[in-house]
Design a protein. Structure first.
Length: 74
């Protein structure tokens, strides 16, 4: 089994896992705990991006807000 086969096998197993556990994954992604974690990570990433590109603060906030809507319960 070559490297490409091993990678494809791992990807396929990941897809199977996600398909089999779709409901549980969705529940976790939209939990209160996920909301807190995502707020911390997204806030930190946005702050860093604003330091690197201070002129793009409004766009950075928009991206952060859109990502935040996809994770957590708020």
């Amino acid at each position: 089994m070559g490297l490409e086969d091993a990678i494809n096998d791992a990807v396929n197993k990941g897809k199977e896992f996600i398909e089999q556990n779709k409901d549980k994954i969705d529940e976790v992604l939209h939990s209160e705990q996920a909301e807190g974690i995502s707020d911390t990570i997204l806030g930190g990433a946005a702050d860093l991006a604003k330091k690197v590109a201070p002129g793009a603060a409004e766009q950075i906030d928009g991206v952060r807000d859109n990502l935040d809507k996809a994770v957590g319960n708020e």
